[in-house]
Design a protein around this ligand. Sequence first.
Ligand SMILES: Cc1cc2nc3c(=O)[nH]c(=O)nc-3n(C[C@H](O)[C@H](O)[C@H](O)COP(=O)(O)OP(=O)(O)OC[C@H]3O[C@@H](n4cnc5c(N)ncnc54)[C@H](O)[C@@H]3O)c2cc1C
Length: 385
Amino acid sequence: MNFDLTEEQEMIRQTVQEFAQKELIPIADEAEEKGEFPREVIKKAADLGFLGATIPPEYGGSGVDSISAAILIEELSRAWTSIGTIIHVHNSVCCWPMNHFGTEEQKKRYLPKLARGEIIGAFTLTEPEAGSDASNVKTTAVLDGDEWVINGSKQWITNGLVAGVFLVFAVTDGATSDPKKKPISVLIVDRNTPGLKIGKPERKMGIHCSETAKSLTFEDCRIPKENVLGKVGEGYKVGMITLDQARIGIAAQGVGVAQAAFDEALKYSQQRVQFGQPIARFQAIQWMLAEMATEIEAARLLTYKAAYLKDKGERISMEAAMAKLAGGEIAMKAANMALQIHGGYGYIKDYPIERIFRDAKIVGIYEGTNEIQKLRIAGELLKGK
Ligand SMILES: Cc1cc2nc3c(=O)[nH]c(=O)nc-3n(C[C@H](O)[C@H](O)[C@H](O)COP(=O)(O)OP(=O)(O)OC[C@H]3O[C@@H](n4cnc5c(N)ncnc54)[C@H](O)[C@@H]3O)c2cc1C
């Protein structure tokens, strides 16, 4: 077993850290107060190739390995969680499935633009009655001649307000390989398609600069028949395979957010003096630091292991769910402990930990809650038993 990162992986970490020091950390707090989509930052990230990380070179991307792709999201999220979210969604749940399941024509049409950041991607699964129960989508798409006609509504779509292309899950007529499941298909919908109405940005606890569209409404929205990603009726499978591998990215985000919380706690505990000594001398504080450091490293190793197995072509449902669960839990735990270490100063906005704490909560919710990860893990453990 070899725990060393490759030269390329180390280089990516260094490049992202330099980008974070120069372009993210100095403006993150103020930008989050305003809560606007950070166009300039995303453009600079695109210039560095970050938006093409999961796209192969023949379509204009850098096609890095999965550990590098995870390190990218880890380090971006460590500096500014919103940026990690925007780029993760673009890379892992739009570009990746487009490359994995797309036809040659679809790849040529979308991937180069996505890699250059000319368009941003979005993944459109959740509906009012389909959250954890993702198969319960009600949006429909009916074939009319050479077009699909989409009707229904979606909610909470990351990048929804800025995306140029949406992957939309809808119930379609026709066959599916699992008769117990609805025949869902994934449809590629361009932003300016008539009949697609994009709602307002949702007001959120954290990740303010990662805009979340409150709703996406489809009213007789017509798209060409060939805009199906993967096979007609096999969209649920496309969604589950996509989410399985994407969980590595959210796991990495959790590691990055937890690391940021730890970094702040370590610094503050050495500066703050009470009872005549830095609070880092108190064993209660040391235990929190030790616990955080240990669990962050454990979550990081689970994340990189899932990424490593993904590149070996192995099935990673359990490993990716374990990584996401660990990432979601340590993000919140470390943010909570780090805020506690800051005492009252942690609760006011003068220190970054206040923002990190608010951002940390989302990691254990989106792309499958912590509870859903446990179901996924248990399902794998009990398979065939
Ligand atoms: C900021 C943000 C961004 C998002 N971005 C996107 C996006 O880009 N695209 C997209 O499609 N969706 C997106 N989502 C939706 C997100 O993926 C869902 O919120 C998430 O999957 C949980 O669904 P839900 O909120 O409906 O919770 P529910 O499914 O209603 O769950 C409520 C509670 O019940 C628990 N629960 C549910 N079922 C079970 C069960 N069987 N066993 C045990 N416990 C259970 C859950 O764990 C949770 O604690 C986003 C959400 C947010 C908040």
